[in-house]
Design a binder for this molecule. Structure first.
Ligand code: URA
Length: 436
């Protein structure tokens, strides 16, 4: 087999066989196919597309290109959750202990963030001493003992995707539905869960700006999950404005804790309840969503979800006292209000821009090597549809550097659009796609 012939075949719009896709991925991972040939192939796929069989073959080839986590030593149905990401998305911090408190086994691998705010691991490091650098043995025994563990990317999960994603990033071939779906699902399938719940975001702060594209991605990913024999459910949810009020690592952790105490923002609570209900049903602990929601309310009301977070933080070396006393979380030295210069209804918040404000303050990474400041960020006081008076606070900004604060403040104000007419915020949950 020659890579040249495969590029020619795809360029001409002819379907690639599973053997050809395996050849291409295994040799690319082993550095036997150069980047320039793979770039040409990615561009050919970008223009000619891939059908369902080809996308499934690509996903499985990438999933098998490195370690496949074996979770069979954990009893019960293991359920994983993945979000395509967005501003203020602290879902894993609140959702995983909620669901674990309902008896679902959470064995999750998470990453650090690049750009905007941090990833789940960065956020969890707001608990002094918390570590995700645990061995597979520690990971599995912790899930068996307390029902929840989150591990960093210590294993070599889907190295083909890692290499390919970096290549796509610099060759304008990221935004192809089959390539995105296979990239995300290869990592999820290699991570070993029996069931997968996906949160596909749409809107100005999401990867998929258009709702129809988010639904198409959700359909592709659930079909890939089904093909691999994993129960896969996707919801499409709004990311046209930040989720909840807090943006920034420790601030988001605090908001997640408040949510576990039943005092969280409505949108964030609703999202956790919806995803959680799907996870509980997929894990076989409730017969339907309604029953699962009752269970989730129960673990918030009786404090067991919060206790599960504390157990989890402690098991991974973190200071669990901060779960009960959030003043122990990292704190910024400068706290100021961002005052509105206009009066009217908030009719739009450019979501990405709010994430960039947090990045400017030091809460995100410009490059993979950047150090993150866990204490900085913003607490929004006004969201889409709210009325604001001139002189009223739009948000509280937490910073450690006056210059960065001023830059972020200016950028924040230009992300808000205020008008005379009332505007309804977009619906949070846009739909559900299930493959079973
Ligand atoms: N996230 C991924 O992991 N892969 C993509 O291709 C796009 C987003």
């Amino acid at each position: 087999m020659r890579m040249y012939d495969l590029i020619m075949k795809k360029r001409s719009g002819i379907e690639l066989t599973s053997d050809e896709i395996d050849f291409m991925i295994s040799n690319y991972t082993a550095d036997q196919i150069p980047d320039y040939q793979m770039s040409a192939m990615m561009m050919a796929i970008f223009f000619q597309g891939m059908n369902e069989q080809e996308t499934a073959a690509l996903t499985m080839a990438m999933a098998r290109s490195g370690d496949m986590l074996d979770l069979s030593a954990i009893d019960g149905i293991k359920v994983d959750k993945h979000s395509t990401g967005g501003v203020g998305d602290k879902t894993s911090i609140a959702l995983t202990p909620m669901v674990a408190a309902c008896g679902i086994k959470i064995a999750k691998m998470s990453g650090r963030g690049l750009g905007h705010t941090g990833g789940t691991i960065d956020k969890l490091e707001s608990f002094n001493g918390f570590s995700t650098g645990i061995t597979s043995e520690h990971f599995i025994s912790q899930v068996n003992n307390i029902g929840i563990a989150i591990m960093g990317q210590t294993l070599d999960i889907a190295p083909a995707d890692k290499k390919l994603y970096a290549l796509r990033d610099v060759t304008a071939t990221v935004d192809n539905m089959s390539l995105i779906a296979s990239s995300i699902m290869s990592k999820k399938l290699a991570s070993g869960a029996d069931a997968i719940v996906l949160d596909v975001k749409t809107g100005s702060g999401a990867f998929m700006k258009k709702e129809e594209d988010a639904f198409a991605l959700a359909r592709e990913m659930t079909a890939l999950g089904k093909h691999a024999g994993r129960n896969t459910i996707a919801i499409v949810s709004d990311m046209d404005q930040p989720l909840g009020f807090a943006v920034g690592n420790a601030l988001e952790v605090k908001e997640a804790i408040e949510t576990l105490q039943g005092k969280g923002p409505d949108d964030f609570t609703q999202l956790c309840m919806t995803l959680g209900a799907h996870m509980i049903v997929a894990g076989g602990k409730a017969k339907d969503e309604e029953e699962a929601r009752v269970m989730l309310k129960g673990v918030i009301e009786d404090g067991s979800a919060l206790k599960k977070l504390a157990e989890f933080v402690e098991a991974q070396g973190g200071d669990a006292a901060a779960v009960y006393d959030t003043s122990l979380l990292p704190k910024a030295s400068i706290i100021e209000e961002i005052i509105s210069k206009e009066e009217g209804y908030v009719n739009q918040i450019i979501c990405d821009e709010i994430g960039i404000c947090s990045l400017i303050l030091g809460g995100g990474r410009e490059t993979k090597e950047s150090e993150i400041d866990l204490s900085v960020g913003l607490i929004l006081h006004k969201k889409v549809g709210d009325y604001v008076k001139c002189g009223e606070s739009l948000a509280t900004i937490h910073a450690n550097d006056k210059d960065k604060l001023e830059t972020a403040k200016e950028r924040f104000l230009s992300a808000y659009s205020i008008g005379k007419e009332p505007v309804a915020p977009s619906k949070l949950i846009k739909g559900t796609i299930s493959c079973y």
